[in-house]
Design a protein around this ligand. Structure first.
Ligand code: NAG
Ligand code: NAG
Ligand code: NAG
Length: 162
């Protein structure tokens, strides 16, 4: 299914970014039951949120990805970009607390896959990642998903089978 392949190849990072979300001008997702094409809504809101957040925290896809892969990264700009994206979707509030209901809604926008299953199963572990500061917390949260999903299944092969 091409939508799933898009998510697996180009969109792994995107999926993680979406999971994290800011509240200034929010990019809240509507209740999934009212949406006929969830992938289209997710893509559209993601692009708008990423544009908003990269206007605030000047970074690039390359920088963001490099930061995600480096546990000891000191790239604060990209870490704050993650936080901005999470807050954008109201998944994290300004105090750094997660909104469980919005996380649940968010997951309903991700196509059914072993990737989604893995995220669901590991959500409670990832929300427990601690940091004294919100950008760092958002960074750890996203990294948690990224590496757990990678460890549990090979994204590319698991999604290509569908
Ligand atoms: C849903 O949106 C995606 C992305 O915009 C598009 O590729 C796909 O064809 C759409 N699916 C349907 C059923 O309209
Ligand atoms: C953030 O924390 C402060 C102080 O504990 C509290 O007054 C405020 O209501 C919190 N904001 C949110 C959005 O939870
Ligand atoms: C820590 C944790 O809960 N890990 C789980 C992540 O999800 C997989 C299944 O997709 C479980 O097997 C792990 O136990």
């Amino acid at each position: 299914m091409s939508e799933c392949r898009y998510l697996a190849n180009g969109g792994l990072l995107m999926a993680f970014l979406i999971i994290l979300g800011d509240h200034c001008l929010s990019q809240e997702l509507p209740p999934p039951a009212r949406v006929s094409n969830k992938t289209a809504v997710l893509k559209d809101t993601f692009l708008r949120a990423a544009k908003h957040c990269s206007n605030i925290y000047e970074t690039s896809t390359v920088m963001v990805l490099a930061t995600l892969l480096d546990e000891k990264s000191s790239d604060r700009t990209s870490k704050c970009f993650f936080q901005c994206m999470l807050q954008r979707y109201k998944l994290m509030d300004p105090n750094g607390s997660y909104n469980k209901n919005k996380l649940k809604t968010f997951l309903e926008y991700i196509p059914d896959s072993s990737f989604l299953t893995s995220i669901k199963n590991n959500l409670s572990a990832c929300v427990k990642e601690k940091a004294t500061e919100n950008c760092e917390k958002a960074f750890k949260f996203i990294r948690c998903f990224y590496f757990k999903a990678k460890a549990e299944n090979n994204m590319d092969t698991s999604l290509r089978g569908k």
